[in-house]
Design a protein around this ligand. Structure first.
Ligand SMILES: NC(=O)C1=CN([C@@H]2O[C@H](COP(=O)(O)OP(=O)(O)OC[C@H]3O[C@@H](n4cnc5c(N)ncnc54)[C@H](O)[C@@H]3O)[C@@H](O)[C@H]2O)C=CC1
Ligand SMILES: O=C(O)[C@@H]1CCC=N1
Length: 270
């Protein structure tokens, strides 16, 4: 029997995942989506050829439900699902901060829940998805989750106690790199380069550095040292980064992201 997968709350990450699953060979006929606004449902139908249904219908018809609404909207979404969901479904939550225990409590009846923190590079099949099992999730449920998210990048299993930290590192991670590129492009402009050229130089440097980090087997410190010539340009830049506390700023930033993830678990809206 064909397994149906539904994406519930198909916004940015939900659509990124949906598009990746279709690229990876899932038939649109086996995929369902839900969206709050009818125009959004129509857009997804037209763009991907998938059926848009209500949350209740998704719970009745799909074997696997991927919850991709904002943490602040999860309570309402779970309330809509609870009357219709049975323990032969798998619920995968991508919501930052929300624990499997809180989802299990709302859905009841031993429904298996897996928590996943993906990131937007699933759009280019270079995602990083961090996976933790809830108390009713089986080995087969974890394997099925890995099959879905592994189709659009790497996966890593972690204890759920590490999910908030992983959210800070890889869930939000792409944003930090985009932010750096934006800031470095501004620097290029200050140094007199046209914006498009500055952008291309920085992006290609980022790609080159990322591939070296992934493929060279070298420690990042060694890779940086190889760029840093005695009395050269790089060390002058590094001194400024240290003077401005960039390392400490990054540590504080990721700590703040981890704390925000924890706060979302308790329903914080502010
Ligand atoms: N954007 C990202 O890079 C990542 C986001 N996440 C998580 O994914 C979730 C969604 O984030 P985004 O895609 O950025 O937000 P988004 O706001 O783009 O998407 C959420 C979508 O859910 C819809 N929605 C809300 N309640 C609904 C309901 N009851 N029924 C149907 N649809 C409903 C909204 O209309 C919206 O389209 C969040 O929980 C976030 O923590 C996880 C990893 C990465
Ligand atoms: O900013 C957020 O809350 C979401 C979770 C990880 C990435 N984006």
């Amino acid at each position: 029997m064909t397994q149906k997968v539904a994406v519930l709350g198909t916004g940015k990450i939900g659509e990124a995942l949906l598009s990746g699953m279709i690229r990876a060979g899932w038939a649109p006929a086996d995929l369902l989506v839900t969206a709050r606004r009818p125009e959004r449902a129509e857009e997804l139908r037209t763009r991907y050829g998938v059926e848009a249904v209500s949350n209740a219908d998704a719970a009745k018809r799909a074997d696997t439900l991927i919850l991709a609404a904002k943490p602040q909207d999860m309570g309402r979404l779970l309330d809509e699902l609870a009357p219709h969901i049975t323990a032969d479904r798998l619920v995968i939550s991508a919501a930052a901060g929300i624990t499997t225990a809180s989802i299990e409590e709302r859905l009841g009846d031993g429904v298996p829940v897996v928590r996943v923190m993906p990131n937007t590079p699933v759009l280019v099949d270079e995602g990083m998805s961090v996976i933790s099992a809830g108390s009713h999730a089986s080995a087969a449920d974890l394997a099925h989750t890995e099959e879905i998210f592994g189709a659009v990048g790497k996966t890593l299993r972690v204890p759920e106690s590490q999910q908030d930290a992983c959210t800070a590192l890889s869930g939000s991670g792409p944003a930090y790199f985009f932010y750096l590129v934006e800031a470095m492009t501004d620097a290029g402009i200050l140094l007199g380069l046209p914006r498009d050229k500055a952008h291309d130089l920085i992006v290609q440097s980022a790609i080159g550095a990322a591939v070296m980090l992934r493929d060279s087997g070298e420690h990042p410190v060694r890779l940086r040292e190889n760029v840093t010539s005695p009395a050269g340009t790089t060390i002058s830049a590094i001194r400024e980064l240290e003077k401005h506390g960039v390392r400490a700023a990054l540590i504080a930033a990721l700590e703040a992201a981890r704390d925000r993830s924890r706060a979302l678990a308790s329903g914080s809206n502010s």
